[in-house]
Design a protein around this ligand. Structure first.
Ligand code: F6P
Length: 319
């Protein structure tokens, strides 16, 4: 293998730049040429591909977002789009591709793998919902962003004796809500993988009230529903007035934490090692502190599970 490429796809995640940097530097260290594909699979289809050198990835390890830009690309879900992408890679003499992204990005890498093009997937999403790894690039940074927000909201919740509902990202996954809920001492955490009724939420709040608590924090993953709807239901059914804070895309930005930078650097280097060993169709992860790689097609048949012991713990600690 002489020439490889790297792309970032789907929702950006802090640490993607550190991963791109690691791929580029590790590849050049081993004498490979590296190309960057801009705007994810959409840039791949359109041939938005440029050579990267050591300097192209200087001064980016601490930056959020992705210097390669990202996109969600519907055309790449079609066979025609996938073939166009492979044509572009071949036109540029590229023999292996590193894809950094979440579930949708992995699906694209699977399609390329099935068509015989060597691909390595690196888990990059704030959602922490990729099978085969305990942590995804960006999760730790997003978690810390949410925890800071909860701490700040708690100050005003305490001062005004109010209940706040904080809506966090996670369309299908509850890890951001769970981890941030535990770290921020939330009274209630609602995640898409578990169903809590309105009565459950109300009863928990009432337990707190009975022991003299005058403020509460509810952390709600967006996959459960909208915070405004929960606020309306609590008002209509129980007469409870709340305040709502939807954190939104602030969770996707910002300088990556040290943990995310190291994780991304290790993942990026591992991807290059796999390609050098002639192993395509793999994805990288960290399990129990060890770097691992899996067959990307097989791993996507599994489902990433949220950290359910934290769900139990959050209930036990917020009585
Ligand atoms: O997958 C990452 C994520 O941030 C989800 O948590 C969220 O639901 C989604 O992306 C938002 O996507 P977009 O930025 O395309 O609206």
């Amino acid at each position: 293998m002489k020439r490889i490429a790297v792309l970032t796809s789907g929702g950006d995640a802090p640490g993607m730049n550190a991963a791109v940097r690691a791929v580029v530097r590790k590849a050049i260290y081993h004498g490979l040429e590296v190309y960057g594909v801009y705007q994810g699979y959409s840039g791949l289809i359109n041939g938005n591909i440029k050579k990267l050198d050591l300097g192209s990835v200087g001064d980016i390890i601490h930056r959020g977002g992705t210097i390669l830009h990202s996109a969600r690309c519907l055309e790449f879900k079609t066979e025609e789009g996938q073939l166009k992408g492979i044509e572009q890679l071949k036109k540029h003499g590229i023999e292996g591709l590193v894809v950094i992204g979440g579930d949708g990005s992995y699906q694209g890498a699977v399609k390329l793998t099935e068509k015989g093009f060597p691909c390595i997937g690196l888990p990059g999403t704030i959602d922490n919902d990729i099978p085969g790894t305990d942590y995804t690039i960006g999760f730790d940074t997003a978690l810390n962003t949410v925890v800071r927000a909860i701490d700040q909201i708690r100050d005003t919740a305490t001062s005004h004796d109010r209940t706040f509902i904080i809506e966090v990202m996670g369309r299908h996954a509850g890890d951001i809500a769970l981890w941030a809920g535990v770290a921020g001492g939330a009274e209630t955490v609602l995640i898409p993988e578990k169903t809590d009724s309105l009565e459950d939420v109300w009863n928990r709040l009432q337990n707190g009230v009975q022991r003299g608590k005058k403020h509460s924090i509810i952390v709600l993953a967006e996959g459960v529903g909208k915070a405004d709807d929960l606020a309306r239901d609590l008002k209509e059914k129980f007469g409870l007035e709340t305040r709502v804070s939807v954190l939104g895309h602030i969770q996707r930005g910002g300088s990556p934490t040290g943990f995310d930078r190291v994780l991304a650097s290790r993942f990026g280097a591992k991807a290059v090692e796999l390609l050098l060993e002639g192993k395509g169709g793999r994805c990288v992860g960290i399990v129990n502190g060890e770097l691992v790689d899996h067959d990307i097609i097989e791993i996507l048949k599994e489902k990433s599970e949220p950290t359910m012991d934290l769900y139990t713990l959050s209930k036990q600690l917020s009585i």
